[in-house]
Design a protein around this ligand. Structure first.
Ligand code: NAD
Ligand code: LMR
Length: 325
């Protein structure tokens, strides 16, 4: 029996990330090769002509799974009956600009979209926020969607997770696919905490295999934390294809499961690990189809505690800055 089409909301559809993401969504990279999708694309009015150009290209790919495309500047239309939402539209950080400068402008965007999500989306919809500052935007979205299940609103830490995997694999001289139990905690910002304490390569301790605690602290952590800035410096624009790939990974794993493998997701805190409720914070999770499950009961040593407290502190400050404005 053919599946009925899933409605997928994507915001910022004329932007760089979407120029990669939309084609992979239509190809079946999130929901699998048997699941048709209807794309519901939201943009600001000035960018609608550009979205129509992207839609022409989608048509020209003749994707068998693409069952329809809606283009709109009305959030209520974009979120109507949606099953999955990729919230990408926001102003990206450009060279020399701090992410904090973006806080207030983006808070307004995510307030309006939270209200539309609340009114129009299916309660089962799964939401990923990519637009920066992603964790705080997701918290604002949740606060403005009181009738929508908060646990279905997440922020993207997967790019940081993938960046860490790649650096670990190169240092250890092992394939990326052999790694598991890597975690990235906290904010998608330079305060994030890539944690290798539980990581394995082919089931063996990764820290033991690498055997270089100085490299981990003085090289790995800053490299992963500053990678977004390094890409901006090199490209003159923020990461796009790798960000789209990470969003695809995040939603594919949430909808299809990870078979016990750890991934990092920004999820609404349940108070564990000393992360206050109300924050949307990166933690290690596993997924079964449609659900994420926090990895619970991990020991937090002194170093991990200080790293966690720093990134939690930043998340609290971001929310406080918006509350004050
Ligand atoms: P971009 O500027 O190329 O595209 C953003 C698009 O969003 C633009 O077309 C803009 O018109 C649109 N937009 C702005 N306000 C909107 C609104 N209210 N509704 C709908 N659309 C709106 O940027 P990009 O490179 O695609 O990046 C998008 C966002 O993703 C940025 O905030 C960037 O910082 C962020 N990002 C996050 C991660 C992550 O790991 N979480 C990684 C890379 C980039
Ligand atoms: C990234 O991590 O590549 C982006 O979030 C870039 C940025 O704006 O910091």
């Amino acid at each position: 029996m053919p599946h009925s089409a899933k409605r997928v909301t994507v915001t910022g559809a004329a932007g760089q990330i979407c120029y990669s993401l939309l084609f992979r969504l239509a190809k079946g990279d999130v929901f699998g090769p048997d699941q048709p999708v209807i794309l519901q694309l939201l943009e600001i009015p000035q960018a609608l002509p550009a979205v129509r150009g992207v839609v022409m290209e989608l048509e020209d790919c003749a994707f068998p799974l693409l069952a329809g495309v809606v283009v709109t500047d009305d959030p209520a239309v974009a979120f109507r009956d949606t099953d999955a939402a990729f919230l990408i539209g926001a102003r990206p950080r450009s060279k020399g600009m701090e992410r904090r400068d973006l806080l207030l402008a983006n808070a307004e965007i995510f307030k309006v979209q939270g209200q539309a999500l609340d009114k129009a989306a299916r309660r089962e919809a799964r939401v990923i926020v990519v637009g920066n500052p992603a964790n705080t935007n997701a918290a604002i979205l949740a606060a403005n969607a009181p009738g929508f299940p908060t646990e279905n609103i997440t922020a993207m830490l997967r790019l940081d997770h993938n960046r860490a995997l790649s650096q670990f694999a190169a240092k250890a001289g092992v394939p990326v696919g052999s790694l598991d139990r890597v975690a990235v905690w906290g904010n998608h910002s330079p305060t994030m905490f890539p944690d290798w304490r539980f990581a394995t390569a082919n089931g063996k301790s990764l820290p033991d295999l690498i055997g270089d605690g100085d490299w981990y602290k003085s090289k790995l952590i800053p490299t992963v934390a500053q990678r977004g800035t390094a890409v901006i410096e090199a490209r003159g624009a923020s990461s796009a294809a790798s960000a789209a790939n990470a969003a695809i990974d995040h939603m594919r794993d949430w909808f299809q499961g990870t078979n016990g493998r750890w991934v990092s997701m920004g999820v609404p805190s349940d108070g564990s690990y000393g992360i206050p409720k109300g924050l949307i914070c990166g933690v290690p999770v596993t997924c079964t189809p449609g659900q994420y499950h926090r990895v619970t009961g991990l020991p937090i040593d002194e170093f991990a505690r200080s790293m966690l407290d720093r990134t939690i502190g930043e998340l609290k400050e971001e929310l406080a800055a918006i509350a004050k404005s």
